[in-house]
Design a binder for this molecule. Structure first.
Ligand SMILES: [Zn+2]
Ligand SMILES: [Zn+2]
Length: 108
């Protein structure tokens, strides 16, 4: 047995199977994959969910919704003006820049 076979077997053993995911049905988000190495059949849901957006409901102007563009299953929530006012902390930066600049110790 060659080395690549052993590596591939190890991958399958840890769930890293080979093969392409295929849609099980039109308009549904279930996918299935048959491993080209060991024949393992796996399934998953692969939703393509939109961002939260106001639903435009005149009776509830705070109503927000998002849905899956493929299977159209969705959920709603009520916009919270306190938590939704943009006071989130900005994305962290600079972690990567402390690496690889010529032998300086990383500062923690
Ligand atoms: Zn496999
Ligand atoms: Zn879906």
């Amino acid at each position: 047995m060659c080395l690549m076979d052993r590596i591939n077997q190890a991958k399958c053993a840890t769930g890293m199977h080979a093969g392409d995911w295929r849609w099980m049905a039109e308009g549904a988000c279930g996918q299935t994959r048959t491993c080209t190495r060991c024949g393992n059949v796996g399934t998953r849901d692969n939703h393509n969910v939109t961002k939260w957006a106001f639903a435009g409901d005149p009776g509830n102007p705070r109503l927000m919704e998002r849905h899956c563009e493929r299977c159209l299953s969705g959920e709603t929530k009520t916009f919270d003006p306190i938590r939704g006012s943009g006071r989130r902390s900005p994305p962290r930066r600079g972690r990567a820049s402390s690496r690889g600049n010529g032998g300086t110790m990383p500062s923690f």
